[in-house]
Design a protein around this ligand. Structure first.
Ligand SMILES: C[S@@+](CC[C@H](N)C(=O)[O-])C[C@H]1O[C@@H](n2cnc3c(N)ncnc32)[C@H](O)[C@@H]1O
Length: 355
């Protein structure tokens, strides 16, 4: 039997053109927009949030099991009342921690950021969690239930979900990675940093010195992030890397067309990342062609560019073909998401069988 329920979902503003179709695919009713990217919706079949053509557009989501529509700025003792109510409603379900975010994360107004942090602090005390809770969001067990709350000028919206179910360790998704204009080589650097945080939902981080093969590396934003984490990188592009990467340790840059690249004899990589532009069906075939050079259990991170796809069914077809080629090439799909720094593109996470 289907369970009608209220859900809080996040859809990037990048997809505003598809919004009506996404909500329609979910069968969403009683839709209320909260903040810039959140929607409170009623759905007859919550499974559609994860298993439908709309799923790829939903960055993060929770079932709404408690809501307090109010303007916190006008409420007396908002923090104490909210913390006590959360305790009454959720303490019996033993959340591993409580995480509270803002409905409008881009707001420059500090009020809600401080309110979220203070409410979290008080709630952890009331639940007697300060000692036992994971130290950081990414220390959570990705399969254990967390009490996630979002707040803003429309009120407080809360529900229990594991980070894996919600699609991110943080309220709203992945950790926000700020880009410092001076030492940022390209937006793609923040994309790989965010992708590595997201990957923690599914597997432990690769150890230092792991060897990455990077296809479509120029100008080098991702390369520089991988190097910063102590990884070795073999980077291929027909365009040059930023001169800041000249003579950097652990980097092997090969200026070539990827179609002509043959790894050196005996090379075995721990991971491959492809951020190539051009047709995605061709880009994935370059990844699968190189599969023999990947160690068993290695990871592939693939940017699925959707330029030229004009409808959701075009994107469906593109992704189905890309995943089918990956599967033929021995790479199974682990996850797919839309990261903060993805534009009209998605990030696919693939894994080679452990051997
Ligand atoms: C979006 S950019 C990559 C940005 C890069 N990942 C970064 O971190 O700065 C796409 C790159 O793919 C490269 N590319 C696309 N097809 C290629 C091919 N067949 N051979 C070599 N490079 C290719 C382009 O030259 C371009 O530099």
């Amino acid at each position: 039997m289907l369970n009608s329920s209220t859900q809080l979902i996040r859809i990037s503003e990048a997809f505003s053109g598809y919004l009506a179709e996404i909500l329609d695919l979910l069968g969403a009713t009683n839709i209320k927009r909260l903040g810039t990217e959140y929607f409170l919706i009623q759905v007859a079949d919550p499974d559609l949030i994860c298993n439908s053509s709309a799923a790829r557009f939903i960055r993060w989501h929770i079932p709404v099991e408690h809501s307090w529509p109010c303007n916190p700025e006008n409420m007396d003792s908002f923090i104490e009342k909210a913390a006590q109510t959360l305790f009454l409603k959720f303490a019996g379900r033993n959340p591993q921690t409580i995480l509270i975010g803002q409905l409008d994360p881009s707001s420059t107004k500090r009020y809600y950021k401080a309110l979220a942090s203070n409410l979290r602090g008080r709630s952890l005390q009331v639940f007697s969690l300060p000692e036992r809770a994971p130290k950081t969001a990414e220390d959570q067990n990705s399969s254990k239930q967390t009490l996630f709350c979002l707040l803003g000028k429309d009120g407080l919206f809360c529900g229990m979900a594991s980070p894996k179910e919600a699609n991110g360790f943080y309220p709203g998704g992945t950790k926000y990675i700020s880009q410092n204009a001076e030492d940022t080589i390209s937006r793609a650097g923040a994309k790989i940093a965010e992708a590595l945080h997201y990957l923690g939902l599914f597997r432990p981080a690769l150890p230092e010195n792991s060897h990455w093969l990077e296809l479509g590396a120029s100008p080098g934003g991702m390369t520089s992030e991988l190097l910063k984490r102590g990884y070795e990188v073999t980077a291929i592009d027909r365009a040059p890397l930023d001169t800041r990467l000249d003579h950097v340790k652990n980097l092997h840059f090969i200026r070539a067309d990827i179609a002509e690249f043959i790894p050196p004899r005996g090379a075995r990589f721990d991971a491959i990342v492809s951020d190539m532009n051009g047709p995605p069906r061709q880009a994935i075939s370059h990844v699968t062609r190189l599969n023999d050079f990947l160690k068993p259990g290695s990871i592939a991170i693939f940017t699925l560019k959707t330029t030229g796809a004009e409808t959701i069914s075009h994107i469906d077809a593109l992704e189905t073909d890309v995943l089918a080629e990956a599967e033929r090439g021995g790479l199974r799909s682990l996850a797919r998401t839309h990261l903060t720094y993805n534009r009209q593109e998605f990030t696919l996470f693939l894994e080679k069988a452990a051997g």
